[in-house]
Ligand binder design. Sequence first.
Ligand code: 5GP
Length: 189
Amino acid sequence: MQGEHCLFVVSGPSGAGKDTVVACLRAAHPEVQRTVSATTRAMRAGDADGVSYHFLSVDDFERRLAQNELVEHTSYCGNYYGTLRSEIEPRMAAGIPVILVIEVEGAANIKRLYPGATTVFVLPPSLEELERRLRGRGTESEEKVQSRLRRAEEEMALAAAYDEHIVNDTPQTCAAALYAIIQNRMNGQ
Ligand code: 5GP
């Protein structure tokens, strides 16, 4: 499909700092956009509806699924997450680079649907640092932290399938590495 080169899929374990890296990149380069996913998870402190996610009820999510409004979706730690078609197709048509911050299953589905998309895996400096960051967030129960850590180990095992890999030592250097990947692809390299 036209405009597949505009799609940049960013994954990495929960706590790797993907959102901070993407926010850092967008602060410097606002022409790079990011999709707002749909989810059924509860809002966390700092979340705003329509900004961090479109927060939907399970019924609403399932209705949109049935109406083919989502290009991919998954169930992650007990909640639905998915990418709305309306978040990517207009940008692809207009040639605007857009970042999707999604987990590994969704990334594989996007790559299958749009083979010209670029997949980028954000690695934490180490698993110990990842655990420290997850606990430091202080927003999740111990059970949820454990669930996210187990899922992180599974996700890291799938990193090899990604087109590009960047280590989040600091959000600034990682954002610069991500921007270089975007520029190269948008310039046809
Ligand atoms: P969180 O609850 O921490 O915001 O997100 C949990 C996981 O869901 C993260 O790995 C995040 O990247 C992923 N995620 C967010 N939106 C989507 C989406 O639209 N599709 C898929 N497949 N995963 C998503």
